[in-house]
Design a protein around this ligand. Structure first.
Ligand code: NG6
Ligand code: CA
Length: 516
């Protein structure tokens, strides 16, 4: 009798929980760990040629894996790159996807197919730990800081999240765990707003002499931890963190997540805040480089990578984990705080040989470190194939045998073979880069044999942060410019448009179709 019941129960169990069956099979899906740095430039790591800074842990990833020399993020600011990474769609196609303000509602609507909803169908446990900057709460309402913070990551496929809700130069400085502000005392509610709440509210303007790090532009509203920020907030005192502790906390949380899920396939999006402003690394990293807190934050990021890989080793799952290391946009020196990044830059070239940084579509704004590592599966080396953060959606679908929902991952190319370094694999053949929102600044790259044509389009006739080694400035540009970046990687020699009339017309039209 018992035998009769047990057998159908097993069959029924398998039907109910097909993913469990999948995870028990010998060909288990690999874990996927995406480590996204913030504002990290092509030349910021020793494995990408930096001599003034040493990043041994990231270098180890590069020497054991594949170091891309044409790895890109899709935008030169944070929110659009992150939006595109998760949705596989160019952010400029959707209004309101520029740099998100403190009270931004969720920018990715529930029901949207994302990397995460897709991986969940393949049986993955999923988490995002670190900087979010994609808004929380309902459209038209924004975040309910003292209540349920949704929709957010959990409504687009993440099983759990532990977030810095915006970006740390914007208020508030609290952690969000799943749907709630962590450690919030209901008798001391958190208020976040655009306007000063009272005349005696201390700001970076009224109490500038008390700051532990001065501001240079913007960033002069509410003071927390001796640093003034963009936006105002009050309350939530028991929930507030110290900037210096972010990296440690996120490593602790990541370790917990990986340990709990070591026997299942997992997807962890580790979203670092290094080396975004305000750069305030833990005291043990302060002064570790000659480059000031910007360099020290990169050392902290390197430490994080070391801790994550150590955890994978200790858990015995390193051989079954694909790591992708990337950045959300290129480098910037003075992004609003007097932390000495510019003054102490010395010989360091944060964008490597490339021109432009954060906010620009020159190569320095979007060509960044990009490393894949999977011991035993990826042969160590370098690759010049063109790959982009936006491609992870389709590539991970390819890796896990999933088909994304119709009309989703529109701009994401399955380059998994290139990411895994398969000998004849090709990366992307074309790519659109943007600066922010729908602001009308684009870079459009097309590969053609050995040539790489790049069209710049400046609807407003100007570009920002073209020279990273000075204060951020806007420079006048022609509305359309053309470069051939295989022979002119520094984008120093705009070609005479009339000499390339056909190509310019074709590329302009293609780009116009995508970004009217
Ligand atoms: C800009 C901020 C900059 C930074 C950026 C977002 C000013 C003057 N500048 O508006 O400091 O916060 O937005 O950076 O306020 S990102 O990497 O998150 O996109
Ligand atoms: Ca960024």
């Amino acid at each position: 009798m018992i035998r009769f019941l047990v057998y159908p129960a097993i069959v029924f169990g398998l039907l109910l929980f097909p993913q469990e069956a999948l995870t028990d099979s010998p060909e288990r899906q690999p874990n996927i760990l995406v480590i996204m740095a913030d504002d990290l430039g092509y030349g910021d790591l020793s494995c990408y040629g930096a001599t003034e800074i040493s990043t041994p842990h990231i270098d180890r990833l590069a020497s054991q894996g594949l170091r891309f020399t044409s790895g890109y993020c899709s935008a030169s600011t944070c929110t659009p790159t992150r939006y595109s990474f998760l949705t596989g769609n160019y952010a400029f196609r959707t209004k309101g996807t520029g740099i998100a303000p403190p009270n931004s509602p969720a920018l990715i609507q529930p029901g949207t197919e994302t990397v995460t909803t897709m991986l969940k169908k393949a049986g993955y446990r999923t988490a995002v730990i670190g900087k979010w900057h994609l808004g929380l709460g309902e459209k038209g309402k924004g975040p309910d800081w003292n209540g349920q913070l949704k929709p957010g990551p959990l409504e687009i496929g993440f099983d759990q999240c532990f977030l810095l809700p915006t970006t740390n130069d914007r208020v508030p400085q609290v952690y969000v765990e799943d749907h709630k502000v962590l450690n919030l005392d209901p008798t001391d509610p958190l208020w976040v707003g655009k306007k000063k709440p009272s005349d005696d509210h201390k700001t970076g303007i009224t109490h500038r002499d008390t700051l532990k790090m001065d501001w240079t532009h913007g960033h002069n509203a509410t003071i927390h931890n001796g640093i003034s920020r963009i936006g105002f907030y009050t309350g939530g005192m028991s929930a507030r963190f110290r900037d210096e502790d972010l990296a440690d906390k996120w490593i602790e949380k990541s370790r917990e997540f990986m340990t709990t899920n070591k026997d299942k396939p997992f997807f962890l999006f580790f979203s670092s805040h290094d080396c975004h402003v305000p750069r305030m690394p833990h005291e043990r990293f302060q002064g570790k480089t000659k480059l000031g807190f910007r360099g020290d934050s990169i050392v902290q990021l390197d430490w994080c990578v070391g801790e994550l890989t150590k955890s994978l080793d200790e858990l015995g799952i390193a051989d079954n984990t694909l790591i992708v290391f990337c950045s959300d946009n290129g480098p910037v020196m003075d992004d609003g705080y007097a932390d000495g990044a510019l003054e102490k830059i010395g010989k360091h070239r944060a964008g490597g040989i490339y021109k432009g940084g954060k906010y620009s579509v020159f190569e320095g704004g979007c060509r960044t470190p990009f490393i894949t590592c999977w011991p035993g599966k990826i042969k160590p080396g370098t690759s010049d194939q063109m790959v982009c953060t936006i491609d992870m959606a389709s590539s991970f679908a390819g890796l896990t045998g999933q088909t994304a929902a119709t009309d989703s991952f529109t701009d994401s190319v399955n380059v998994i073979d290139a990411l895994l370094g398969k000998p004849t694999a090709q990366g992307r053949q074309e790519l659109v880069l943007q600066d922010n929102g729908t602001s009308g600044t684009f870079g459009y790259i097309q590969r053609d044999g050995d040539k790489r044509w790049k069209l710049h389009r400046y609807d407003k006739g100007k570009a920002k942060n073209v020279v990273v080694e000075t204060k951020i400035a806007s420079s006048k540009r022609n509305k359309i410019e053309l470069f051939e970046i295989a022979s002119d990687p520094e984008e120093n020699n705009p070609l005479v448009l009339a000499d390339h009339a056909e190509r310019v017309a074709a590329m302009t039209a293609e780009l116009k179709k995508l970004a009217p």
